[in-house]
Design a protein around this ligand. Structure first.
Ligand code: ZN
Length: 307
């Protein structure tokens, strides 16, 4: 959705409410107790009351917008900006654009980021995987005061697909990166690697890695493992090109948009990066994210996000 369409479509609170209600009850509201479709619309209290049995349904309950005093318009704006922007948006920029306090902007962004994170955790990689480990810098936590902060190891996996195209009488084959997953780990051990693979990669997949020792953690019966021992570390990007593209783009996202991220929040930011990357070719980014925010299981996790 483009900027002008968004502005026109959600220009006041009632339009936002109507949209949210339509997404929750696409066939019209029916009473969950007696099934009647006749109700009083007590909009000022965000309540539907069944005319027959008098049951009251608070239509924000169970969604990301439960127990928030902020207008839906501001929430919709934040979701639109985070869903549609190519490189994400900083909390400071959100504060300015929404005209809210910085802590409010942070709380909103953290919650929306959690929605993205839950959706990301439901993603499975398959086909051919390039897998590598990279160090990310986080803002020093606790007593750490060095300007560099801490170095956090992260496992990265990129799903690689092949595209064929006929050029005259020849078939041209090109690979492309379809989607990616990332996980912050304590250290690059075989045990951590095994967990990462089992949580993110479908069985039967071929996994390409360099000669790192932790890769013995890939369960051999469940996955096909192709290992290339590198004589020169600088050749890594030639052997595993797509996962290195993902690594450098993720670092640019973190350093460019946010400058520095704390260790506690690093995983959430990487999830946000993967969420956007993995859905880059899909339309209706805003509606997808709003629908996820209405899912009671996802919304519960997001509402508990630390501000
Ligand atoms: Zn009823």
């Amino acid at each position: 959705m483009d900027f002008i369409t968004f502005q026109d479509r959600f220009s006041d609170e009632k339009k936002c409410e109507d949209y949210l209600i339509q997404l929750r009850w696409p066939d019209g509201f029916t009473c969950p107790r007696c099934g009647s479709d006749e109700f009083h619309d007590m909009r000022h209290r965000a309540v539907f009351q069944c005319k027959k049995c008098k049951k009251q349904v608070y239509w924000k309950v169970g969604t990301l917008f439960e127990n928030t005093k902020l207008p839906l318009r501001k929430w919709f704006w934040a979701i639109f900006l985070m869903a549609e922007s190519k490189h994400g948006i900083s909390r400071k920029e959100l504060e300015r654009k929404l005209d809210v306090h910085y802590t409010t902007a942070t709380r909103m962004a953290n919650r929306i980021q959690k929605v993205m994170g839950v959706k990301e955790s439901q993603q499975w990689l398959e086909a051919l995987i390039e897998l590598d480990e990279a160090d990310f810098h986080s803002k020093g936590s606790g007593t750490d005061t060095s300007s560099q902060g801490d170095r956090e190891p992260v496992f990265m996996a990129a799903e690689v697909r092949e595209r064929t195209r006929k050029v005259w009488e020849y078939i041209s084959r090109q690979t492309y990166m379809n989607c990616a997953s990332m996980e912050v780990i304590e250290q690059g051990s075989a045990v951590a690697l095994r967990e990462f693979v089992q949580d993110n990669v479908s069985e039967g997949t071929t996994i390409e890695t360099d000669g790192g020792r932790c890769y013995v953690g890939i369960p051999v019966g469940d996955y096909s493992h192709e290992q290339t021992v590198l004589r020169k570390p600088e050749k890594a990007s030639e052997v595993l090109p797509w996962v290195h593209v993902v690594i450098s783009n993720a670092k640019r996202f973190l350093n460019g948009t946010f400058h520095s991220v704390s260790f506690e929040r690093l995983q959430d930011y990487l999830n946000e990066f993967c969420y956007r990357l993995n859905r880059r070719s899909k339309s209706d980014q805003f509606e997808r994210l709003i629908k996820a925010a209405l899912d009671p299981d996802i919304a519960r996790v997001a509402r508990n996000a630390v501000s």
